[in-house]
Design a protein around this ligand. Sequence first.
Ligand SMILES: Cc1cc2nc3c(=O)[nH]c(=O)nc-3n(C[C@H](O)[C@H](O)[C@H](O)COP(=O)(O)OP(=O)(O)OC[C@H]3O[C@@H](n4cnc5c(N)ncnc54)[C@H](O)[C@@H]3O)c2cc1C
Length: 414
Amino acid sequence: MNTQKPHTIIGNGIIGLMTAYHLTNRGVPVTLIDEVNPGDRAQASYGNAGVIALGSVMPLGEPGLWLQGLKMMLDPQSSLTIPWSYRLKIIPWLVKVLKESSVTRWDQNARATAELNQLSGIEWRQMITRLRLQSIIKETGWLKVFETDRSMQAMDAGKAYMEEYGFQYQQLNSDEVRQIEPELAPIFRHGLLQSDSLSITQPDQLLKELKTYLEARGVRFLQQKITAIQRHSDGFLLQGPGESIACQQLSVCAGAWSQRLLSSLGCQYPLETERGYHMLFDSVPGLNRPVIHMERYMVLCPMTSGLRMTSGVELAGLDAKANYQPIRAKIVDAKRMLPKLNTVERDQWLGFRPSMPDSKPVISAHPDIDGLFMAFGHGHLGITQGAATGKLLAQLICGEATDIDPLPFDASRF
Ligand SMILES: Cc1cc2nc3c(=O)[nH]c(=O)nc-3n(C[C@H](O)[C@H](O)[C@H](O)COP(=O)(O)OP(=O)(O)OC[C@H]3O[C@@H](n4cnc5c(N)ncnc54)[C@H](O)[C@@H]3O)c2cc1C
């Protein structure tokens, strides 16, 4: 007989779905509530680069960040944009990021990320076999390419963590880059193939498959926007335009919007959004895997729907209108990188990375509110870390021993 309390999750992006998957595996009855369906364009989980980048563990806050950040803000070609209207508002968050940039904090954050990514590698591969996802998630590796020696050398710290935590990588010279990716222009002096990373051929399709799987296992999907969460005698009341929904146990997995929801309970977390864009072009046959141009911070990803180019970080909050100008300016770089690219845009997209100043998600029970759990703030690595996050949160909800130390992800660290 199932003794677990039913669990309600707000948010059916990759994090909510993965939490539902691991709870269902434990016999917990789950209801997922979201304004949209899994795989909808509104989700960050829709329009990302689809890379399960296991060896990518370097946090945003790194020693010397203030200088690097200043240079980026002054460089009109930089991949970071902050509109004037948001510059004052973002300062407190940027100060928190800078505080995470000491050598000690940087090392601690990288190590916690490495442990979460290690667990994700195990969990993703188990899931791929169990749900037969081999046609959607492929063992392609993740290729970083460099035009200069200097930016290759900047990878030294990242390589040291990859070696310590057992993530596979190969360093490539320009000929070797051309051998594995003959369609790339011969402009790259170096490559770094993170060979144990995976890639998703179409992220929205993966989310839809997960929904189908979960529905077949009894998970309920409710389509509703939640406007506020209230505590009541036996749990929570979720308010929306329709009737309030009562639940005993609740997880907030609402991505970049999580803080808005949690503020109705008086909770404050330093969650920002690093907005990111993609453009879609015709496929370029012969490009075998996602490739990132490290100097231009631009990813070209072969997807079922076409060639997706992702780029940029824009700090402008959740409400500002999309500004496609910076990513459009990168098309010329994409063509230089991949000469066969047909540069006629087929689609453009803006999405909201949910980001914490220490580049680590919150995966945690609420320290004071009984029955409230949270998983949000995965920044650039939500697809990568989704599988581990779902498992860790399910273990916390069910009171089990956890596979990795949950403390670095605890909400009480703020
Ligand atoms: C351009 C770009 C490229 C990226 N590339 C990669 C990559 O290659 N690899 C990687 O690992 N990560 C990547 N990421 C990051 C990754 O996409 C995110 O970290 C991840 O998708 C976050 O998932 P989530 O479930 O937390 O949020 P989301 O997918 O945004 O889901 C949150 C859900 O909560 C729902 N919600 C919010 N508020 C409410 C409410 N009030 N009521 C009801 N529902 C609500 C929303 O409707 C939404 O469905 C990329 C992101 C971007 C923008």
